[in-house]
Ligand binder design. Structure first.
Ligand code: UDP
Length: 373
């Protein structure tokens, strides 16, 4: 089986590549201009790495060649960081839609199976958030089903939704190629995949605002308060990266079951509020570094627009129905939330604690400091 992966050097790509290369029957053409997360795989004899920007001038012949040779094309390349949706909206739209058109067109031209990695963010806010069902009493108003839940995105000025909108249009473009040209496709909607190598840890691997896992880890390592955006009431399901990669592997092994389908890939059993996530992370961090004081690490509430800038609006809840992945692929996520977090925290503590712990603990305070959260 020969697989083309765009964005193979990112968080998901690096884990998927690792797993694919463990299989002797798989060869991979990987595209990514960033390779820090796949250094351990460089030079692998079954990996042909195109270390160039997918859409830079002159790469078209290589891309065409790789698409033509592939049994499946997995599209992971994207800007997918919420702090950029309202601050770099043009880049977000280009990276998630405009730049992707060429790849989809080539797949259609060559009749290749495009596995497009979209996002659960396409669903937008839950219907319950619009009807005022704050207690989420009616599952029909919040449970996300791939083929029936409507997409409810906010107004244009709320640029948070540029990403969801670009991804949604790309899904429709892929589907249109299937409809008009018979292009085989599958769409995966990930729900908050967590694990080692996710994003970047500010202060250790660059600066900026990554996703929540990296934000909280950075704050713990730097001994700064955890910031709970709008009180941390939003809910997410946290999906272990190993479970997520299992879903990709099952899909590749069961093409006839997965073609023409859209799948939510997320672990509903791991649902948590962000406040709950912060609390669990500080407890597990305390365990990992052997310092119980971290259990009471300070947490502060911050308004979304202060944290992310104007145009930020949150997804209130993303609870997926995963019956399709279960029934068609035989996929079942098994790694509980605490195990996902424990493994990830251990990875970063091993990597950075020796540097971080040289800095004095200054802002850690007794549990009353959580009062603002
Ligand atoms: N969030 C937070 N503190 C942070 C970073 C994020 O409270 O330091 C919140 C964010 O507002 C959202 C949730 O955590 O409600 C998940 O954010 P993430 O950036 O991981 O991506 P999303 O799931 O929104 O795509």
């Amino acid at each position: 089986m020969h697989i083309l992966i765009t964005g193979c050097g990112g968080f998901i790509g690096s884990h998927l590549l690792e797993r694919l290369l463990q299989r002797a029957d798989v060869t991979v053409s990987g595209w990514d201009h960033q390779q820090a997360k796949i250094e351990h795989l460089l030079g692998h004899q079954r990996l042909n790495l195109r270390g160039a920007d997918l859409y830079a001038c002159g790469n078209d012949a290589h891309l065409r060649e790789d698409v033509a040779a592939a049994d499946a094309v997995i599209n992971l390349a994207a800007i997918c960081n919420p702090s950029q949706y309202n601050t770099r909206p043009l880049g977000v739209i280009r990276s998630n839609f405009t730049d992707m058109l060429r790849l989809a067109d080539l797949c259609a031209e060559h009749g290749k199976w495009l596995i497009h990695v979209s996002t659960s963010e396409v669903y937008g806010r839950t219907l319950a958030s619009y009807t005022g069902d704050a207690a989420y009493e009616d599952p029909a108003l919040y449970e996300l089903r791939e083929d029936s839940t409507p997409f409810t995105l906010g107004p244009v000025q709320n640029q948070r939704w540029t990403y969801a909108c670009a991804k949604q249009l790309m899904e429709r473009y892929v589907y249109a190629h299937h409809y008009e040209h018979g292009m085989p496709f599958s769409i995966i909607r990930p729900l908050n995949f967590f694990g080692p190598r996710m994003d970047f840890i500010p202060g250790f691997e660059g600066e900026g605002i990554p996703r929540v896992l990296a934000c909280f880890l950075s704050a713990l390592l730097r001994n700064e308060p955890l910031q709970l955006v709008d009180g941390g009431h939003a809910r997410r399901v946290i999906t272990g990266i190993d479970d997520a990669v299992d879903a990709f592997m099952l899909l590749l092994d069961k093409p006839e079951a997965g073609k023409g389908q859209i799948f939510n890939i997320g672990n509903p059993a791991n649902e948590t509020t962000i406040r709950g996530l912060a609390d669990t992370m500080r407890r597990l961090f305390a365990e990992a570094v052997g310092d119980p004081a971290y259990r009471d690490h300070p947490m502060h509430t911050v308004p979304g627009e202060t944290f992310y800038g104007p145009g930020y609006e949150d997804s209130d809840r993303r609870l997926p129905n995963i019956d399709k992945a279960r029934d068609l692929l035989g996929w079942e996520p098994v790694v509980p939330l605490e195990s996902v977090l424990r493994e990830t925290i251990a990875y970063y503590v091993e990597k950075y604690w020796h540097v971080a712990s040289r800095k004095p603990r200054t802002s850690a305070a007794p549990s009353s400091a959580t009062g603002t959260a």
